[in-house]
Design a protein around this ligand. Sequence first.
Ligand code: TXA
Ligand code: MG
Length: 312
Amino acid sequence: MTRTTRILDDPEEAAAVIRSGGLVAFPTETVYGLGADALNPDAVAAVFAAKGRPGDNPLIVHVAEVSGVSLVCDAIPASASALLAAFSPGPLTVVVPRSDRVSPAVSAGLDTVGVRIPGHPVAQALLRAAGCPVAAPSANRSGRPSATTWEAVLADLDGRVDAVLKGERPQVGIESTVVDCTGVVPAVLRAGSVTLEQLRRVVPETLARGEQTAASPGTRHPHYAPRARVRMVQSPSPRDTAAYIGWTRPAAGYKLEAPVSGLEEYAHALYDFFRQCDRAGVAEIDCEWPSSSGIGRALQDRLRRAAAASVA
Ligand code: TXA
Ligand code: MG
């Protein structure tokens, strides 16, 4: 179905679109989300259609404050409450038991639901004005890098969503940390800028990604991939058909370069650089391999998956 995509600055106007069952892309501190009323099954189905998202990959529901979590979950696990109290609003998603009020389609039929309280002021304004929980995956076509600018959202979703709400560029640049809180101990399903070390300061038993058996459904699908082939490198080797992102300054000779001064800046720049490389028709992207400290663990995860998808 074709939609006319409006570019909006006013969260109230965007909230009216959500309340009437429409699709609105909006900025968060991680990446742009593609939002719909989580309690409206038709709107939720339209999110999957707009993204071309496989029906077995659940959506995250966004609420404005901790008290809103009870709209989507009747029995909030103690670990989820503790983690939300420590890291919300912020780049953390907790997976909790799903209330019957939330359509199973949101969670791809699972009896759990992912919930996040974004801190970005425009996301906060939108959620407060909408007054309903907002289901939102990242605002990109399925399999593409997440969008970190409104222009990137439009490049993927123009004519597929009703509005793009503009706002200050996402600070973090990669998706939230996802933690499953439905088991005996919490388990990281997707690394993000809230690190394992930070989570363990609140709930010491928290398991690292891979230490548990139930993987996040989203991890089965190819993700985060530019059209160019992604290579993880220890040092630059300039060629005029390739691009480079990293902190070691290469000798001249790459077609495109994104110099970064640290891991945070690397995460902030990565997806936009992937998209820039595709526009420039670069064949390969050399990505300097980051250390696993801080957000580095999440960066390693995204680079590994982008590299795997681009050779598949
Ligand atoms: O930062 C973010 O999390 C962004 C912004 C918009 O909030 N959203 C985002 O959504 O990245 P998405 O749909 O691209 O990724 C959601 C991830 C997927 O890997 C999905 O499988 C997992 O979270 N997930 C969501 N609900 C889940 C559930 N009930 N159980 C297990 N994993 C879940
Ligand atoms: Mg995504």
